[in-house]
Design a protein around this ligand. Structure first.
Ligand code: HEM
Length: 162
């Protein structure tokens, strides 16, 4: 009898980690993308905000569901439910899902509208960003950074299992 190369638990653990990479990987590149666009082509900024909220809707939210479903399987099969890192993971999923749905997506949509309005106002001239746009971007930056930090801390807790 040949022993299987990997158990179902191993495969689901791999799926859990893949979903984390797929859901959150790109979000760590957002700040760089916006800095490059602002410096080299401010007229591309509305499109970047559209990419931002489309990614959140079609990559992060579904990815989060896969992370959760795989996590539930791992916690059940591995009898980890009473452990802190699992409670933390559940809380992180709820907080991330809520902030992405209630803050990040609507705020990125608003940022797209305001950036497009500023571009129209500038005509062919130099683009000047409005105070309103800067305030909205500040909110995206603060909440986005908190989410990134939460993802990193969660990975740390999942790996070291305090
Ligand atoms: C944003 C949320 C989450 C992230 C970023 C995350 C990340 C990770 C990572 C990177 C690992 C691999 C750690 C290792 O093998 O050493 C892992 C393992 C694991 N995660 Fe999560 N996870 C999240 C949510 C959850 C949730 C919600 C649950 C449970 C409902 C969960 C349960 C587990 C379990 C049981 C393991 C396997 C531990 C082991 O057998 O070594 N995770 N997670």
């Amino acid at each position: 009898m040949i022993a299987p190369v990997a158990s179902a638990y191993d495969v689901v653990l791999a799926i859990h980690i893949m979903a984390v990479v797929v859901a959150f990987g790109v979000t760590f590149a957002y700040p760089l993308m916006f800095v490059v666009a602002a410096r080299h082509d401010p007229r591309g900024i509305p499109l970047l905000h559209r990419i931002e909220y489309t990614t959140e809707r079609w990559l992060i939210n579904p990815g989060l569901l896969v992370v959760l479903a795989a996590g539930i399987y791992l916690a059940s099969e591995g009898h980890h439910w009473s452990e802190f890192f699992v409670q933390w993971g559940l809380t992180a999923v709820v907080v991330i899902g809520a902030l992405v749905g209630a803050v990040m997506i609507p705020t990125a949509k608003r940022a797209e509208e305001l950036a497009a309005r500023d571009l129209t106002a500038a005509g062919e001239g130099t683009v000047a960003t409005s105070d309103e746009y800067r305030a909205v971007v500040r909110r995206l930056t603060v909440v986005g950074s908190l989410l990134s930090l939460l993802v990193l801390i969660t990975i740390l807790f999942m790996a070291i299992k305090p």
